[in-house]
Each structure stands twice: as structure tokens, then as C-alpha cells.
Design a protein around this ligand. Structure first.
Ligand code: BES
Ligand code: ZN
Length: 631
């Protein structure tokens, strides 16, 4: 806590930084309680109704039951609160929740509450009447079967086909659809939970987890480190656990477990590499939960238990940078958290930077370079799509009035990463590592925003060096559209070889004669992305015969190849494409494919027909976007 006052007041309370004022006056660190410090650091969040500067929830005890028949979670949320301004109200976020009763304190005194006006994505504020001396309250509630965070899968939608499955996805603002909560990344809580599930199933959370089923179907959880609400997570299914190292392991359906154990065998090494770069892992265990294919993301960094798509099970460990990414969030995101969704790049930009460092440590610079080039291609495509003068391409966003879910894109990830790589270049790796280490230590278990990070950058790294300030070019990277002119385009020697191979194919060498020896899925992806938009049937056949793209077991290769198949009316891939779209719910793959289909009248017909069949397999996070696209 030492550095706190310095950074808070170092800002001069200026600019766009909004600090919530505190009830008690103070003069220095020593006179402040922890709570006052945290609250003062909470900037206004336009995506939450909570007023943490007045009354803040600090600890949650959940007591819930999971009802698969009715697709409902019901129970109680008991909060320990701090009434900072002795107000008569505390506000929580809710969306599609049924609030049955609210009690104050241990003697269960019923109190009044009000659910405010509905907003499509923000939901409704739940305002509860409290007393100046109220220390705890209990909300009795039920979720709706449509709760956007929850996906209820039938046995048919799982790998084992025997038992139903449930998982949550709380980021960005969906925690409020399954728990009444102060749903802002600027607010942290500790939690415990008691979860009742059908006896054949096991429950796991973003917390200390059981490793075996018990006969009662009742599980207890503790998360002793304070976390933001978007990291609240629960999954229930027929799961088995297998250890990888002492501190790491994998939960998956029995049918998937061995494949996953092979695929992610290196997760322990990743943890060692990460700690070497940014210091001790602060969450005790690091486990993975492999979900059914409808999981809408590649991965989700739920603390202690990353949720991961089975589409990275390529059987050759070639897509594991995703694990490095989610692990990296244990520092960037989970330990030091973006205070609002406008500061999302602080979570994702740092995480991509760190992910590439972990991969470099494990597999060398040439490997990390490939990831950088592919990321840069994604970045350029996104800038092109949004427009190079668009404010959506700033690192610091303004998402007021918008669903954060559709304002968050590759910019935060890849432009954020490019900015940090640019700083590393300017000061050298050693100095940059020291700086980032200090950043994580200083802001550990706190939320921070762009302005506060930049202030830290100025005082700890730039230190008045004008030449350096010019090289780092904060304004150009953070508050300006597109990419600064001087940005360095990443290159890759392994891709240079791919480019040669590609040229030789383009000049007439048959695909079967090309030199593709030892290519990883990254090289293949680069090759496929380079293929011309228009290809003849012969060319498509030639490639597919030699490399069997249509039946690839690698989801990245498939998704990239299908775009060519659509553009070139390559009907050989029709069936595989349909199977892919009906099984996989990962939004990153679905969007470009459906978009490509929607571009022609015949394609549109196919898209609508496939979507009608596939939609029940997708999570709400994917359908929200796809419903707008496929119509
Ligand atoms: N935290 C994100 C996923 C996310 C972002 C969910 C915003 C909801 C809103 C996660 O860490 C992530 O970035 N996942 C990526 C994988 C990564 C390797 C780029 C994904 O799911 O594709
Ligand atoms: Zn991420």
C-alpha cells in the first residue's frame, strides 16, 4: 500500500480521471483504512448502477441450488457490506433476476427493495433499504431460464452424451444475470459458496475446488483473494480431474480428459516461465476446465480455474498459446484489473504481451514471432474494418451507452501489445521487466485505469526524459486512431519460408510438391491466409488433395480454409462446414464464417438454414451478435 498516496495524488485529480470522493478526510496513508483506499480508487463505471463510494459489498456468501429441469439457479446471496456514507440505500446490479426477499443482518429482519427501470444490457438496479449500522444483508433470488451468462446443455451437447452440463460466462457484464452483485470491474469481493447439484454431477468454481465427486451433490467453495465480479464462475457437469504438476491440473468430461492431459502437458512449464518473468503466482492452484464445444470463447481466465474451449485440442499441442494467455491474466487482469471496460486494453494488451513472452521462454523467439505476425494481421484487419480514423481503434475507449461486449475487439489485444512492445524496444527488456514487475506489485488486488497506468509510466519509467517520451509516444498510441506511423511491423523468419513456398505454388508448383516439412499450425494458418481470394476449382482441389484442409482436426486451419471454400463455391467442403458450424460455438470462428456466407444470396440461404439448426447450440454471448448478422 506504500505507493498509494503518491499515485493517487500524483494525478492531480485532473483530466478524464474520475475519482469517487471519500466520506472521511485524511492526510496520508497511515490514517486511511483499506476500504477508503480502495473506494477512492474506484472510478465511475458507466456499465454498473452500483455506488461503491456510498455503500460497498466486500464479501459474498452464496448458497444456491442448480435445477437442470427448470434451468434455474435459486438461493441466497449474503453480503458483508460497508456503509461508508451512512446512507439508507445500497445498490446492486441485476438482469433478469427474480428477487424474492431481502433481509438485513443476522436476525433476518426483512427490508424493502426496489428494482429500477430495465435497460437491455445493463439490466435493472436493485436498490435495498439499509440502516447506517447495517453490516450484512441477504438477497433471496432466482435466475431466469434465459439468463445470458448461463448455458444449459442437454446430454446430447456434451462429449459423453449422458449428463447435462452448465457453465457461466460472466465477463463483461453478465455476472448480474446469475448473481445480484455490484457488477463493476472496479469493485472486488471475496466469496464463499455452497452449491447443490444433481448427485451424478460435480460443481467447480473460480475458487478452491473439489477434485472428486461426493455422494451428497453438495460442494463448498472459498475464494479468499478479492476478485472483480466478472471473474465469478461456476460449472456443473460430469467432470473428472487429473493432475499435471503439483499446482496444476485439468478438469474435463471423462471422454475428453486424456486428450486434454496430453494437449496441455506443458501448463506447468508455462507457470514456471510466467513466474520467472513477473514474480510469484498469487492464486495457489492453476487448473483448467475443458468445456463442451459451445463455449463462446477460446478461453476465460476465471481465477484458479481457466475455462477453455475444446477447439484447441489439436492433438499436437500447437494451439497452447491460448493457455499461456489465460495464465498471463493471473497477473494482468485478475491481479491488476481494468477499472472499467473503457480500459479493457490494460487487461488484454498486457496479457497478449505476457503470453508472447511466455511462449518465447518455452519455444524460442522464432515461435513468438509467428504469433506476433498473425496478431498483427488481425490488428490490421480490425483497423480496416473499423476505419483507420475510428475512435473504436483508440486504446482508451468510450463505451458509454453501448454493450461492452460489442465494443471490445482486437484493438485492445494487438494494439495494446504493440504499444507495450514499442516501450520495451525503447528502454530495453531489462528495464521494462523491472517496470512491469513494479506495476503488478504496486497495484496488486486493485483495479486501475488508463490514466493511472500512464501516470505510473511517466513517474517510474519516463522520468522526464523527453527523448524517451517522444519514442514512447503515449498520445499517438493511446488516444489516437489507427497505428502511429513509426510503429514497427513484426517479422518472422519461419514465415519467410512459408512465403517462399507460397510463391512457388502460385508460380505453378503442384501443392503435393511443396516444401511444408515441420510446419506448425501457425505456418499453415499463414499459408492459408495468403491464398488469393479468387481461386479456380483446380487450385482448391490441388491444395485440398495435398493437405486435406477440409478434414483438418485443427480448428484454426478449418476456420481459415472455410472462408476460401465459401468465396470460391467449393462444394466439397459444404458438409464439413455445416458440421463445424453446428458443433462449435466459439464466436471468433462463427462470425467471419457467417459473414462470408451472408455476402451472397445463395450463401445467405445456406447461412439462415444452418443457423436455424445450430442456434440452440450457441451461448447467448454468440447469439446476441449472430442474431443481428444472420437475418
Ligand atoms: N477475457 C477474454 C475473453 C473475454 C473478453 C470474454 C471480453 C468476454 C469479454 C479471454 O482472456 C480471451 O482473450 N480469450 C481469447 C483467447 C486469446 C488467446 C486471445 C478468445 O477467447 O479468443
Ligand atoms: Zn484475454
Amino acid at each position: 500500500m506504500k505507493h498509494y498516496t503518491k499515485y493517487l495524488f500524483g494525478l492531480g485529480l485532473a483530466g478524464s480521471l474520475q475519482l469517487v470522493s471519500c466520506s472521511t478526510q485524511h492526510t496520508n496513508d497511515n490514517t486511511m483504512t483499506t476500504t477508503q483506499q480502495e473506494v477512492e480508487r474506484t472510478p465511475a463505471d458507466v456499465h454498473s448502477y452500483a455506488k461503491p463510494s456510498e455503500a460497498i459489498a466486500k464479501d459474498l456468501d452464496l448458497d444456491i441450488a442448480v435445477d437442470f429441469d427448470n434451468k434455474i439457479i435459486s438461493g441466497k446471496a449474503t453480503y458483508q457490506i460497508e456503509n461508508l456514507t451512512k446512507t439508507d440505500k445500497i445498490v446492486f446490479d441485476t438482469r433478469d433476476l427474480q428477487i424474492e426477499k431481502v433481509y438485513l443482518g443476522d436476525n433476518q429482519e426483512q427490508t424493502t427493495f426496489n428494482l429500477g427501470e430495465k435497460n437491455k444490457f445493463l439490466g435493472q438496479p436493485l436498490t435495498i433499504t439499509i440502516k447506517p449500522e447495517t453490516k450484512s444483508l441477504t438477497i433471496v433470488y432466482k435466475t431466469s431460464p434465459q439468463a445470458a451468462a448461463l448455458q444449459w446443455l442437454s446430454p446430447q451437447q456434451t462429449a459423453g452424451k449422458k449428463y447435462p452440463f452448465l457453465f457461466t460466462q460472466s465477463q463483461a457484464i453478465l455476472a448480474r444475470t446469475w448473481i445480484p452483485i455490484q457488477d463493476s470491474p472496479g469493485i472486488r469481493i471475496t466469496f464463499s459458496a455452497r452449491v447443490k447439484v444433481p448427485k451424478e454431477l460435480i460443481a467447480v468454481m473460480s475458487a478452491e475446488n473439489p477434485q472428486e465427486k461426493n455422494s451428497a451433490g453438495e460442494y463448498k467453495f472459498y475464494m479468499r483473494q478479492p476478485i472483480p465480479s466478472y471473474l465469478m464462475a461456476l460449472s456443473v457437469g460430469d467432470l473428472k480431474f487429473k493432475a499435471i504438476g503439483d499446482q496444476t491440473g485439468i478438469y474435463a468430461e471423462p471422454a475428453t480428459l486424456e486428450t486434454a492431459v496430453y494437449e496441455f502437458a506443458e501448463m506447468d512449464k508455462m507457470l514456471v516461465a510466467a513466474e520467472k518473468i513477473y514474480g510469484k503466482y498469487r492464486w495457489d492452484r492453476y487448473d483448467l476446465l475443458v468445456l463442451p464445444p459451445s463455449f463462446p470463447f477460446g478461453g476465460m481466465e476465471n481465477p484458479r480455474l481457466t475455462f477453455v474451449t475444446p477447439t484447441v485440442l489439436a492433438k499436437d499441442r500447437s494451439l497452447t498459446s491460448l493457455i499461456a494467455h489465460e495464465l498471463a491474466h493471473s497477473w494482468s487482469g485478475n491481479l491488476v484489473t481494468n477499472a472499467t471496460w473503457n480500459d479493457f486494453w490494460l487487461n488484454e494488451g498486457f496479457t497478449v504481451y505476457f503470453e508472447r513472452r511466455i511462449m518465447e521462454e518455452l519455444y524460442g523467439k522464432e515461435y513468438a514471432d509467428m504469433l506476433n505476425v498473425l496478431g498483427y494481421q488481425d490488428l490490421q484487419a480490425t483497423i480496416e474494418e473499423l476505419g483507420k480514423d475510428s475512435e473504436g481503434t483508440h486504446l482508451k475507449l468510450d463505451l458509454e451507452g453501448r454493450d461492452p461486449d460489442d465494443g471490445l475487439n482486437d484493438i485492445a489485444y494487438e494494439k495494446g501489445n504493440a504499444f507495450l512492445q514499442n516501450i520495451e524496444q525503447a528502454v530495453g527488456r531489462e528495464r521494462f521487466d523491472e517496470f512491469v514487475n513494479k506495476y503488478f506489485q504496486t497495484f496488486a488486488f486493485q483495479s486501475t485505469n488508463t490514466e493511472r497506468f500512464l501516470e505510473f509510466l511517466r513517474t517510474e519509467l519516463i522520468k522526464g526524459d523527453e527523448q524517451l517520451a517522444e519514442k514512447i509516444n503515449i498520445e499517438g498510441w493511446v488516444f489516437t486512431a489507427g497505428l502511429p506511423e513509426e510503429h514497427k511491423k513484426p517479422t518472422s523468419t519461419r514465415f519467410a519460408q512459408v512465403e517462399q513456398t507460397y510463391t512457388s505454388w502460385k508460380n505453378g508448383t503442384p501443392a503435393a510438391k511443396l516444401n511444408t516439412k515441420d510446419w506448425s499450425s501457425h505456418e499453415w494458418l499463414h499459408f492459408i491466409r495468403m491464398l488469393p481470394e479468387k481461386m479456380s476449382k483446380e487450385q482448391m482441389n490441388d491444395l485440398d488433395k495435398a493437405f486435406n484442409f477440409t478434414n483438418s482436426g485443427n480448428s484454426e486451419i478449418l476456420a481459415a480454409w472455410f472462408l476460401h471454400a465459401i468465396h470460391n463455391n467449393y462444394i466439397t467442403a459444404d458438409k464439413a462446414l455445416e458440421t463445424f458450424l453446428t458443433n462449435v460455438g466459439r464466436r471468433k470462428f462463427l462470425l467471419p464464417i457467417y459473414k462470408a456466407l451472408m455476402a451472397t444470396p445463395e450463401g445467405k440461404k445456406r447461412a439462415l438454414a444452418i443457423y436455424a439448426k445450430a442456434r440452440p447450440n450457441y451461448h447467448a454471448v454468440s447469439t446476441v451478435t449472430l442474431d443481428e448478422l444472420v437475418k
